[in-house]
Design a protein around this ligand. Structure first.
Ligand SMILES: Cc1ncc(C[n+]2csc(CCOP(=O)(O)OP(=O)(O)O)c2C)c(N)n1
Ligand SMILES: [Mg+2]
Length: 1020
């Protein structure tokens, strides 16, 4: 019954709507006539389906109509029978005809339900494939086969049918098929279909499963009249197009031989973006973060972000990249002009202000995509943008890279994941139909460069980049879609590249035909100006006056650029105020925590709710953890980590850990999210450290199975606010190389290139456990090789003056105790600068019986282990555990090592009773703890110094340690050391053997050699 009421309600609503909208149907839209050649006949090429014989509606049984539409029709019919004027005129015609009354409209006599249905299929075909006939290519070079189902002849229609009226209204459908315009002539239907779907915009949306979304789009696309802009709007659009065009012309004339990756051929992008931003602002967006590649970046910076033109020109001349007063200050290495970022508060057409940021990016195409999304997600968290409507990510892509780069797919797939969604990204493809010298036919297998986005149910709007107003329309539509549905959307601006890949490149070597056409092709500005002049919308004088205004501003700015002195480079944004550059000393801080806080948070994170039915193994684990807190003994790795998170949370920091399977932990050790075995409900203890804790304050999230995308996302997130500990964990450390671009281009060098700090933590679990070559190594050597501390110069190491970490590009640690792990995580936040931290995290130490710490190592109590002059802190080096005094002349060998091999060495020392061997753990490899290593060297003046590692010689830390250790030894005057003595596996192509037996033998030999009585012979 409820259903029936709903249906009849809808029917009544439809009747009312028809009455209200009746006027629309009286004055039909102006429709241009079909081309005189009639239909494009497909019969010659295809075997058109035999034309079905018409069956009059009166002869149809009810079952032909589906239940709902028949009820609806009956409702309407009852209303019509009671009062023919209560329904729309078109329904009146329909019922008069089909209910056997005198037909008043000769046009619809003889119509059959099959014809209507075939027509419906035709409309559907336009909705699905109309874009295939759209005129998208400004150069007119595209050769596309038009799908046969767009031809009315395919459905049996002929020229004679053009002026007949047809019934196509479908209940709960928008646009052409909507029930408020059910009767139309075939001619008008076809004309509007072609206008809507085959003009300058090709819409792809029929892959979207959601009916409401499709209807919403149909409402926008299948409007009764084509969309048009008024004069005022046209003048603004023209002004913006003139700016875009003149900017490139100006650069081209002033710097004839410079590479600028100009926007010529795609100038309509700039007005399109501006209009989109204005519309987004009208719809509630307050902040936009943009990621984009080289093409048109300067134009976007100048015209959209309003970076001062004099600054752009000054940087372009290459004269002003370093501020004069900055000499010797934090300027980093800099980057080329078309990689730099900026931010700006831009006034909008609607009288608001919108904050725009362009993220600096490397030349690696698309690598910035996930970074932008992470940054926006961070902004959404910090601005409490719960419905994600205030902060918007916009990504600009090239056609070649959007189709070719895998990170595009990895980024798109974050879009609907609860802990990664940003409420929809607007993607803009500057589709100049070529990638460097590669044609689309060689560059992708899909029809469109945007096809990858179909996996997401994102609508895709292809637009002819020469049609200025169509470009503006789809840009606005994209903003409307995003703000309505909070999902991704793609605008594909089909344009061309007027010059070569860069301005110095000769495009005719490889695309001669295309460039023949381009040479005589008018600019988009020329086309738009002429259109406005012809339609009388704007006078020639107005155009001239805009042109000369723009020209004179460009010239003024150029003149001012000559003696432009850049201000101190901004390297910090709002949240980062007070943070230190490497030039400003940041004192080492205590990371210990008051015992009562440790106890309180410790209990909170080890206690499960009473009625929660945890798996019995987990119940036991949590009971054990609770006991660790109570007794203060045997704290393991997982609890050490959880305590670091919990204490940072109570101090007001946001903590976010993401990566594959991180909730449980790949090695089943973390269990940060627990599942009720009966209800499936989940419980996250770290969400309950404080009363009424914001659920997102601690976020732990299993990610999609992506490294590049997810690491990039977390990096962007970490850059938003320094008061957050953001961690990404690789499933196994070796999988991190799938994200190599992020390590190489962003994490290791971002601060130096772009002066942007991040405290991102990367956890790389690994272990030489005989599991074969794939999971033994987290490729420590690669991270160390990218470290920029000088191996031959010992920096200032005095604790009150030390800036060693600040001056280094990142920190690499290989920690061996839960307490030290706790302190290194807390150190990330308890300092006045941010630096990436790479943690070679262990696998077998997670449960190693010796890898335990006492709670007293976590606290800040004087006299407790680890407490010294500066309080309790992370230990960069752990000295020998045998309670050695400051001078131990009887020690025969000092073995330096890092990571879990320490436990094997210690065991062997015990077995061999080698009391004359000292073992020190270098917990922080980079930057190298010269002071502590030298302290140990002094402690053992007669010892043979040996580096021991499990990895093959060409891997692990050896090549990093060797020159630094030599420098430390040399500086102490302990002899002219050139090579560090090595104990470990020989060089190898694979990271480890695949045979467990061989692994065990190798491991035994290397620890025996490191501890044994014979002097280590090396290198021979
Ligand atoms: C990951 C990556 N591979 C290769 C390149 C070299 N490269 C620079 S631009 C370019 C062509 C890009 O084509 P497209 O995405 O269509 O952008 P367009 O230059 O046409 O605007 C290539 C291959 C690069 N920058 N990044
Ligand atoms: Mg291209």
């Amino acid at each position: 019954m409820a259903w029936f009421r709903a249906v009849s309600g809808v029917a009544r609503h439809a009747v009312r709507k028809n009455l209200i909208q009746a006027s629309h149907h009286v004055t039909r839209p102006r429709i241009s006539p079909l081309p005189s050649r009639g239909f494009r006949s497909t019969s010659a090429r295809h075997n058109a389906a035999p034309i079905p014989r018409p069956v009059p509606l009166s002869k149809l049984t009810d079952s032909f109509l589906d239940g709902t539409s028949s009820v609806y029709l009956e409702e309407l019919q009852r209303a019509w029978e009671a009062d023919p004027n209560s329904v729309d005129e078109s329904w009146d015609n329909f019922f008069r005809n089909f209910v056997g009354q005198a037909a008043t409209s000769p046009g619809i006599s003889g119509q059959t339900i099959q014809e209507s249905m075939r027509l419906l299929l035709l409309v559907r075909a336009y909705q699905v494939n109309g874009h295939m006939m759209a005129k998208l290519d400004p150069l007119g070079l595209e050769e596309r086969e038009v799908p046969v189902d767009l031809d009315p002849a395919f459905y049996g229609f002929t020229d004679e049918d053009l002026d007949r009226e047809f019934f196509i209204g479908v209940w709960r459908m928008s646009g052409f098929l909507s029930d408020n315009r059910p009767v139309q002539t075939l001619r008008s239907i076809l004309n509007r279909l072609q206008q809507a779907y085959c003009g300058s915009v090709g819409y792809e949306y029929m892959h979207i499963a959601d009916r409401d979304q499709c209807n919403w789009l149909r409402d926008q696309i299948e409007t009764v009249k084509p969309r048009a802009y008024g004069r005022d709007r046209q003048e603004v659009i023209l002004d913006r197009l003139i700016w875009s065009t003149q900017f490139e012309n100006f650069l081209a004339t002033k710097w004839v031989t410079a590479k600028r990756f100009g926007l010529e051929g795609a100038e309509t992008l700039i007005p399109g973006m501006k209009e989109m931003f204005d519309r987004a602002s009208d719809l509630g967006v307050e902040s936009i973060v943009v990621g984009m590649p080289h093409r048109g970046r300067l134009n976007v910076l100048g015209n959209v972000f309003r970076k001062p033109l004099r600054q752009i020109f000054s940087e372009f001349s290459g004269s002003g990249t370093k501020a004069v007063e900055e000499v010797g200050s934090y300027t980093g290495t800099g980057d080329v002009k078309y990689h730099l970022g900026t931010s700006y508060d831009r006034p909008t057409r609607g009288g608001k202000r919108i904050h725009l940021s362009l993220v600096a990016n490397p030349s690696h195409l698309e690598a910035v995509d996930p970074v932008v999304l992470g940054k926006i997600r961070g902004k959404q968290y910090y601005s409490n943008d719960i419905d994600r409507t205030k902060n918007l990510a916009v990504l600009i892509h090239g056609d070649g890279s959007f189709a070719g780069q895998g990170v595009v797919y990895e980024t798109l797939h974050l879009s609907a994941l609860p802990n990664y969604t940003t409420g929809g990204t607007i993607h803009i493809v500057v589709n100049n139909q070529v990638a460097f010298t590669t044609d689309p036919t060689a560059g992708r297998s899909s029809q469109y460069c945007t096809d990858v986005a179909k996996a997401l149910d994102a609508p895709i709007f292809h637009v002819n980049g020469d049609d200025m107003e169509a470009v503006v329309h789809v840009f606005e539509l994209a903003a409307e879609w995003r703000q309505t549905f909070h999902q991704d959307v793609v605008v594909d601006v089909v344009c061309y590249r007027r010059f070569g890949h860069n301005e110095m490149d000769e495009p005719s070597f490889t695309q001669p035909k295309m460039y023949q056409v381009i040479r005589s092709h008018p600019s988009a500005l020329h086309i738009y100006q002429n259109k406005l002049l012809e339609s009388g919308s704007i006078k020639k004088e107005s155009i001239d006056s805009i042109n000369s205004k723009v020209n004179s501003i460009l010239n003024e700015e150029f003149n001012s650029s000559k003696d432009y002195i850049p201000k101190r480079r901004d390297w910090l944004s709002a949240y980062w105020t007070g943070f230190k550059s490497p030039e400003q000393i940041s004192r080492v801080r205590n990371t210990g925590v008051k015992p009562e806080i440790l106890k309180r948070v410790g209990e909170a994170i080890t206690t499960l709710p009473e009625n929660f039915k945890a798996h019995k193994v987990l119940k036991r684990i949590f009971e054990e953890r609770y006991q660790m807190i109570q007794t203060g003994e045997g704290v393991d790795w997982a609890l050490g980590e959880a305590l670091a998170f919990a204490t940072l949370l109570v101090e007001g920091n946001h903590v976010r850990l993401s990566g594959q399977d991180v909730e449980r932990g790949t090695f089943s050790h973390r269990h940060s999210v627990i599942h009720d075995q009966e209800t499936g409900e989940i419980y996250c203890p770290l969400d309950h450290v404080m009363i009424n804790q914001n659920e997102e304050m601690f976020t732990v999230s299993n990610s999609s199975l992506s490294e590049f995308g997810v690491l990039g996302f977390e990096l962007g997130y970490s850059m938003e606010n320094p008061n957050s500990l953001i961690l990404w964990e690789a499933q196994f450390g070796d999988f991190a190389n799938g994200a190599q671009v992020i390590f190489d281009q962003f994490l290791s060098s971002g601060e130096s290139k772009w002066l942007r700090q991040t405290g991102l933590v990367v956890l790389l679990p690994h272990g030489y456990d005989g599991q074969g070559p794939e999971h033994s190594s987290a490729r420590l050597e690669r991270f160390l090789q990218m470290s920029d501390d000088n191996p031959y110069v010992i920096p200032e190491m005095d604790p009150t003056m030390r800036k060693q970490i600040q001056e280094c590009n990142w920190q690499v640690v290989n920690v061996t105790t839960p307490a030290n792990y706790f302190h290194v995580l807390r150190r990330q936040i308890h300092r006045e600068f941010r630096k990436p931290l790479i943690v070679m995290s262990p696998k077998n130490l997670l449960r190693h019986p010796k890898c335990k710490s006492n709670l007293s190592e976590f606290d800040d109590v004087q006299g407790h282990p680890g407490f010294d002059k500066q309080g309790t802190r992370f230990k960069r080096l752990i000295k020998d555990q045998n309670d050695h005094s400051d001078l131990e002349e009887g020690i025969r060998r000092l073995v330096l090592c890092s990571g879990k091999v320490y436990y094997d060495l210690d065991e062997e020392r015990r077995t061999a009773d080698a009391k004359d061997v000292a073992i020190c753990r270098v917990e922080q490899l980079c930057p190298f703890p010269y002071d502590l290593v030298q302290r140990e060297l002094k402690r053992y003046p007669n010892a043979e110094v040996v580096w021991c590692q499990e990895e093959p010689m060409n891997m692990g830390a050896y090549n990093y340690i060797s020159p630094r250790l030599c420098t430390a030894i040399r500086e102490l005057g302990r002899g002219p050391v050139e090579v560090t003595k090595y104990v470990g596996r020989p060089p190898s192509a694979a990271t480890a053997t695949g045979f467990l037996g061989i692994h065990q033998k190798e491991q035994k030999e290397l620890v025996q050699k490191a501890i044994g009585p014979d002097p280590v012979q090396f290198p021979l």
